[in-house]
Design a protein around this ligand. Sequence first.
Ligand SMILES: Nc1nc2c(ncn2[C@@H]2O[C@H](COP(=O)(O)OP(=O)(O)OP(=O)(O)O)[C@@H](O)[C@H]2O)c(=O)[nH]1
Length: 818
Amino acid sequence: MQSNTSTHGYSLQFLQRVWPFALLVGVLILSASSSLYLLSSVRSFVNGESLWSKAQKDAIYYLSRYADNGKQADLDRYQQALLVPHGDAQAREALYGEPVQLDVARHGIEQGQNHPDDVDGIIWLLRTFRHFAWVQEPVHYWKQGDQYLEQLDALAREIRKSYEAGDPSAASIATWKSEIDLLNQGATAVTKAFSDSLGQSSRKMVALLLVLNCSLALILMVLWTWHTWHLVQQREQIQAGLRTEKERAETTLAALGDAVITADASGVVNFINPVAIGLLGLQKHSSVGKSIKQVLQFYTMDSSFTSESLLTQLMADEVTVRDEQTHWVRRADHSIVPVKVMGSSIVRDGQATGAVFVLHDVSREQQYMDQLSWNARHDTLTGLENRSEFERRLQKLLTQGLHQVKPCAVLYIDLDQFKLINETCTHSAGDEMLREVSRMLQASLRGSDFLARMGGDEFGVLLENCPPPSVSAIAEKLRQAAQQLQVSWGEKSLRTSFSIGVVHIPGDASKVSDLLRMADMACCQAKERGRNKIFVYTPEDGIYSRYVSEMEWATRIRAALDEDRFCLYAQSIAPLQKGGEAGLHFEVLLRLRDEQGQILGPGAFIPAAERYGLMPSLDRWVISRTLQTLAQQSAGSQRVGTCAINLSGTSLDDDSLLEFVQSEMQQYGIAPHTLCFEITETCAIENLSNATRLIQALRSMGCRFALDDFGVGMSSLTYLKQLPVDYLKIDGGFVRDMLQDAGNHAMVEMINRIGHILGKKTVAEFVENREIAETLKTIGVDYAQGYAVARPRPMTADYFAPTHENQLPQWCDALALS
Ligand SMILES: Nc1nc2c(ncn2[C@@H]2O[C@H](COP(=O)(O)OP(=O)(O)OP(=O)(O)O)[C@@H](O)[C@H]2O)c(=O)[nH]1
């Protein structure tokens, strides 16, 4: 069907191109044959005229002889001669008379001794051009000539009559002869004129036909030239269009990111784009003309998959072959490249005449996939395997039961105080430390040990076939190596230490999560025991049950928050020095009313809340409830001088805490200067930059800040200058037995002095008797908090009432005034 349509199209195009030439040739043939016919007719007419003229002469001659001798034979010859002009005259009358009598005319012309083949031409000429001067003029002389013949014939009749009547006189004969002479002269002149005119007409005709034919030829030549020029133009345009198309196609193919090779049906390469040249590592243009087998070689296990088989497949029946599989092609330098292959046959007139091969280089994708798969298994910072890979490896060990036949262990390593490096020397320094630690760990372990970064500053080591003494030796080696590790960071030298949790994998262990939890708990124990320690997990330690208990506690804390079973207590603080701030000073303390209504102190639930990330919620609850309680106090209540609220370390990382405190203060209309937030000294140092930022922000609002449990970490003195706090709360551990322990006494004195030097007020905790308070007063401590001053009491409206039992002991006032 398609081929019919295209044949029809081609015929149409052929006709469109050829018809002007056919027309041209037709016109030329018509013109030539018309001219020839006209000339032939003219020639016949001229011939007829000469016959006519000869017959006329003959008639005159024989009449002249007859006039001389009166012989019948001459009269007959005269009459015979006269038949020609008579026939001609008859034909003329039949043609120019009305109606036209063609048969009579034909007969007359034939009688004029014209060849029968010329008859039609003469008739056509006389009739067709009867109005033309070149015909009218000869005809005019012809008619004149006929008039002479009529006169001659009349003379002939007279001569005949005379001879029939007897011999005429010589005078009559002489008269006749002179009459014949006269007629001869007249007829000769007319005949000459007829002949001349006809000759002129025929010459004119020849000239005219020449001009006509030349003009026609010229016109046709011009037309032909124009048409040919037009065709050439069209051809040029088509060729230019084809060239443009070809260039466009080649540019497109060249610009394609994929390699393209085309081959003809016999497998000879006839096009190859630059990407293909680059991909296959070929010489430019060297591949065109080579066989596809030479140019495109697949490197595959499946020997049936070749460029030739692909070509055969495309030539046979399939128009397109798209293979989603990745194949490998061999480059000229024998290296291989992964590609996706697409083949397409080139079809012309329903026949496959070649094929296009498109190769999509998937090395990038392959690399990307490899990278993704690597990333899924590794930690990008250190290049070590990640937690999930560690778990997979441990699971494999448990599944294979290796731990049942050979001693195996897990080490859980956590860097000590790593946050400090981040905060004091930037995150990049932290990163560098992690990389160095990774290198050091790798270098210190045996080749068979498996090391992974578990996340943050935690690393895991899986020791296979490692008896407990070797495990301890390795752990100790690592601990010591960490201590010796020094990482240069600009001017600084960064140092660290490891807390290492060890779990000897028991033979009955089956769960990865249990083992990792045990290792983590062991590591926490190492931290709790002062860091830079190794703690080996044993079931007898009870840390696992503690862990389970903390998990239960986390659930109970969430339930208590939901059921509003937390409550606030307040413990009053007494000024010890003269001129101390007026008003009620107290610290807010959190308590939990358990399911049985029993009030529990923070020691029961805070560790679990810290481990399970519940502290920020508890802090917010405390802030909100405290501010609400303060707002509810009546005008008669005691004036609040300082309300101290504890903040946990995790809240320091809570970016939205500041906003929360602001909105709560606004909601309850609490003056900022009444609030003093307490953070423990260790929390503040561990989160130095966050702590500093939060302290500055809250102080700028008017709130105050206290460092709680101050003095526990002596390194904190270094950072004290950076922390813009208002109060130092001397750790109760120094205060409680300062009367018995001179060292603690000295510590209290020193902290108080340093605090005062730095412009901070001091508060002593754990003041359990009057004597301690008096000693503190002597030392210069500003405030005292403890059972001797006041026990914590529920922070209800009663607490604020100006009642007797709410007053501080009288000795406190006396002491302050002394
Ligand atoms: N530079 C850097 N820091 C990280 C990266 N991942 C986690 N951290 C930080 O590592 C710190 C881990 O802190 P913790 O282990 O909780 O605390 P620590 O300061 O090491 O204190 P202890 O573990 O109690 O001795 C956090 O401050 C994280 O923000 C990391 O890839 N690069």
